[in-house]
Each structure stands twice: as C-alpha cells, then as structure tokens.
Design a protein around this ligand. Structure first.
Ligand code: SAM
Length: 292
C-alpha cells in the first residue's frame, strides 16, 4: 500500500493505480481498518482504507452528487434519509443541501474516519456533522438496520449505503441480512441505493447484489457514473425500490424537481439523471442471467 512515498491500491490482483504521496497527513490502523490520508499533486487530499482509494478532493463531487440527488429527486418527497458508512461526510453534505430533508441518520462503524476526515478533508463534510438535522451513530450498519432498539426513531424514505468494498468491515453491507434490514426501515415506495463497485472489474458484485437484493426490492437495478479514481471504468450504483416508476421519471419531471431544489451541482444534471440508468449490454446480460 504505502511505500517509498507512493500509495498503490491493492484492490485487484495484477492491476491497479498508484499515487505519489506528496505529503503524508495521517496514517493509523484503527479498530476496524488501515486509514491513510495524504496529499497528491493531481487529486489533492485523498483518503484510503485497507489499500483502496475511498475519496479525493478533486473528484468526490461526482460520486457524492450521483449517490444523493438521483435517489432523492427520484423519490420526490423524501423527508428522512439513512446513510450507512459515508465517514468522510460527502454524502451527508449533499443530502443536507435538500431543504426538504428533515432528518438524516448516518451510521458509520469507524469514528476515526469521521474525526480524521473532519480534520484533514474538511470540505467533504463542510460542517454537515454539526447540522441540527444530523444524527451520527457510530455502529456497524448491519447491526443498526437489524436492531429495532438501535433504529428506534422510525423509518426512512431514502437509504444510501456509502460503504467500502465487500472486504473487511464493508463485507456485511452486501449481505442479505443487511438488505432485509434496509427493507424493514424503508417507507412505502422508499428508495435504496448503494455503491456497487466498478462493473468492468467487479461484475460478480453486480450479480451478487441482484441475487441478494431482489428478494427485498421488487425493482432491483443499477445506475452508473464515471469517477476517475474508482479505476477501471464506470462506478455502478445499486438501486432498490418497490416503486417501479421512480427509476423511469420523464425528463421534465426530473428537471422541475431539480430546479425546485435550488441546488447547484458540478456533475449531476437532469439529463445525466435520466441517462445514468442506461447500462452497458454486458451488465444487462449479467443482471438477466441472475434473474433467469
Ligand atoms: N466512496 C467510497 C467508495 O465508493 O468506496 C466509500 C467512502 S466511505 C469512506 C466508506 C465508509 O464505510 C468508511 O467510512 C467505512 O468506515 C464505512 N464502513 C465500512 N464498513 C462499515 C459497516 N459495516 N458499517 C458502517 N460503516 C462501514
């Protein structure tokens, strides 16, 4: 991972990316994972967990805008949002830009990620952790969604799983148990989205998600966006809902809802929202293979 002022990703066997560590800001083996934050001349400050780049100052807006505005604007009347993971605060920041959102619970397993990202990547959360609408819970996401005592304050209109890859602590967030718990906490017509890897390199994760999520969400599918530091092609986002119309809104409805939000974005547009559900043929074929 970190050697001779270079950070090399270890996600894929025989393939990967590396970054010059122009300034090492923080490195620590937390209770849950190996956390590194460093400055790189091309992408600004970057955070990595267990050998995988999680987020960078330069391209975080793409991922955080697409993981939040697509489900929230598709829902159209979301008031309560649950974020699983998301320790850097980028998802929380973007969710809270919707003034219609009344409450956000964020369940992050590793408080060190929250604290160190607040210190070294302050523009990711941009004060979101101190917002009165924010309820930060330090816990394992799979425990939270399956433990009524933990998730005592009700259900959610949108659930966003901003987790690591299915290795280490993130593995349980790709399990049937987790999806069952998310279904239990979703309001009627609610929407679940999750980071689901780079489909060109992690197509088996798409297949696994279809197999495990579709028993709980009658409309299980995916959308995508290209995020430069999630190397290997487009990032795939899992989508689950029992509302079959939410994923197929006409452009004028998306445009009207986006305009009403008053939010300015750098990547998300209504046209990209409508188009992002178009998937490469090999991904559609993988989905259809599982669905039989
Ligand atoms: N954008 C990144 C990506 O697509 O890979 C994810 C970023 S975010 C930093 C991932 C977060 O998930 C981390 O803060 C990590 O601590 C958290 N996480 C991993 N496993 C978790 C679990 N079981 N419950 C809650 N949070 C978890």
């Amino acid at each position: 991972m970190l050697k001779d002022n270079t950070y090399s990703e270890t996600l894929y066997d025989g393939y990967g990316q590396s970054f010059s560590v122009d300034e090492l800001l923080f490195e620590h083996q937390t209770e849950h994972q190996h956390l590194v934050i460093f400055n790189n001349k091309a992408f600004g400050r970057m955070m990595a967990l267990d050998g995988v780049i999680q987020t960078t100052e330069r391209d975080e807006f793409i991922y955080h805008e697409m993981m939040t505005h697509v489900p929230i604007l598709s829902h159209g009347n979301a008031k309560r949002v649950l974020i699983i993971g998301g320790g850097d605060g980028g998802i929380l920041r973007e969710v809270l830009r919707h003034k219609s959102i009344e409450h956000v619970t964020m369940v992050e397993i590793d408080n060190a990620v929250v604290e160190m990202c607040k210190k070294w990547l302050p523009n990711h959360s941009a004060g979101a952790f101190d917002e009165p609408r924010t309820n930060l819970v330090i816990a394992d996401g799979v425990d939270f969604v399956n433990n009524p005592e933990l998730a005592a304050d009700g259900s959610f209109d949108v659930i966003i799983s901003d987790c690591t890859d299915p290795i280490g602590p993130g593995e349980v967030l790709f399990s049937s148990d987790f999806y069952a718990g998310c279904k239990r906490l979703l309001t009627e017509g609610g929407i679940f989205v999750a980071q689901n890897g780079v489909c060109f390199m992690q197509l088996e994760e798409v297949e696994t998600t279809v197999r495990r999520l579709s028993p709980y969400m009658s409309d299980t599918n995916f959308y995508n966006a290209a995020v430069p530091t999630y190397v290997g092609g487009v990032m795939t986002f899992a989508w689950g809902s029992d509302n079959h119309e939410a994923r197929k809104l006409p452009l004028d409805v998306i445009t009207q809802r986006f305009a009403a939000s008053g939010i300015e974005t750098r990547y998300y547009t209504p046209a990209i929202h409508q188009a992002c559900f178009a998937l490469p043929a090999y991904v559609e074929q993988a989905i259809n293979k599982v669905n039989g």
